[in-house]
Design a protein around this ligand. Structure first.
Ligand code: 2AM
Ligand code: CA
Length: 283
C-alpha cells in the first residue's frame, strides 16, 4: 500500500473500520444467541468455542484485510489453545508496524449459556502500542470506543472513570481463570483478601466488558490472571483514555504481553496492588 493510501496514525478511518467490524460482528452474534449449532472444547472443559466465534473472527478479519491488506492480525481463533501457543503467536507479530488484535466473542461461556454479557473486542496497535480500542456489547447496543490521545466514548458521551478513592467504596470485578494450578489459586487468594476490603465483587465473564465498565465508571477496578492480548488490548486503551490506570498485578505498566491485569480508576490502584501483594496474590 502506498503512503498516499495509508491513513495517518490515529486517523478516523482506523477507528471507523474498527467500529464497523465490531458492530457488524456483534449484530450477527446476537442473531445466533440460543441457536449456535456446534460447541467444542479447546484447552479444557472451561475453554469453549462455537462456530459463532469462528464466523465472527472470519468476518472481522476479512473486513480489516479489505481496508488494510498490509496490516498484521492476531485473533483468538487463529491461535492454538493454551498459554504457550498464545505467547508464541503474540511474539510472532508483536513487532508488526500495524497489528489488529481481535477477540471475536469475549465471554463465549456466557454466549453458550445465554447469559447476556459478552462482547466483540477490536484493537489496533502501532509498533506495539494500542492506538484504537473498540468493545461492543450487542445485547445493550453499547459501543465503547477510544483513540490514543483523543479520549474514550460510549453512546457518544465522553467516559470518565469513577471518582471512588478507597477500596471501601469501590465495586470491583474479577474473572475466574480455568488454569487450576497457577492462576486460579492466585485469584482465590486475592478474592479472599479483597472481599472484606471492597463494597462488593462481581464476575461478569467478559474481561473486555469489565475493562469497558472500569472506563465508564460502573466499576472502580478489575483484576484477572491468565488473560490474552485479545481480551485486554482494546479495554486497556478505554481505561487509560478515560483517566484510569492499567498495570500487571505487580504494578508494571500495561503492554500487549500482559496476562495478569489490574485496571482501576487510578485512585485506588496502589491500595489494590497493596492488598494483592500483602496476600501473596500478585503472581
Ligand atoms: P473468552 O470468552 O474470549 O475465552 C472470563 O473470565 C474471561 O476469561 C473472558 O474474557 C474469557 O475470554 C477469558 N477466558 C475464558 N477461558 C479462558 C482460558 N481458558 N484461558 C484464558 N482466558 C480465558
Ligand atoms: Ca473469545
Amino acid at each position: 500500500m502506498s503512503d498516499q493510501q495509508q491513513p495517518a496514525v490515529g486517523s478516523k478511518s482506523f477507528t471507523a473500520v474498527a467500529i464497523n467490524c465490531a458492530a457488524k460482528a456483534g449484530e450477527w452474534i446476537k442473531t445466533k444467541l440460543g441457536n449456535h449449532t456446534s460447541l467444542s472444547l479447546k484447552y479444557s472443559a472451561q475453554d469453549l468455542v462455537t462456530e459463532v466465534d469462528k464466523g465472527s473472527e472470519k468476518m472481522i478479519k476479512s473486513l480489516i484485510q479489505t481496508h488494510f491488506p498490509d496490516h498484521s492480525f492476531l485473533g483468538e481463533e487463529g491461535v492454538e489453545p493454551g498459554p504457550e501457543a498464545s505467547a508464541k503467536a503474540l511474539q510472532s507479530v508483536r513487532d508488526a508496524e500495524y497489528l489488529w488484535i481481535v477477540d471475536p466473542v469475549d465471554g463465549t461461556t456466557n454466549f453458550v449459556h445465554g447469559f447476556p454479557f459478552f462482547s466483540v473486542s477490536i484493537a489496533l496497535a502501532y509498533k506495539g502500542e494500542v492506538i484504537v480500542g473498540v468493545v461492543y456489547d450487542p445485547m445493550r447496543d453499547e459501543l465503547f470506543v477510544a483513540e490514543k490521545g483523543k479520549g474514550a466514548y460510549v453512546r457518544g458521551k465522553r467516559m470518565t472513570v469513577s471518582p471512588d478513592d478507597t477500596l471501601k467504596c469501590s465495586l470491583i470485578a474479577t474473572g475466574f481463570p480455568a488454569d487450576p494450578t497457577y492462576a486460579l489459586p492466585l485469584n482465590m487468594k486475592g478474592l479472599q483478601a479483597l472481599v472484606p476490603e471492597v463494597r462488593n465483587i462481581r464476575s461478569g465473564g467478559s474481561a473486555a466488558l469489565h475493562m469497558a465498565y472500569v472506563a465508564s465508571g460502573r466499576l472502580s477496578g478489575f483484576w484477572e490472571f491468565g488473560l490474552n492480548a485479545w481480551d485486554l488490548a482494546a479495554g486497556s486503551l478505554l481505561v487509560t483514555e478515560s483517566g484510569g490506570h492499567v498495570t500487571d498485578t505487580k504494578g508494571s505498566l500495561y503492554d500487549i504481553g500482559v496476562r495478569n491485569v489490574v485496571a482501576t480508576n487510578g485512585h485506588i490502584h496502589e491500595e489494590f496492588l497493596g492488598v494483592l501483594a500483602k496476600a501473596d496474590a500478585a503472581g
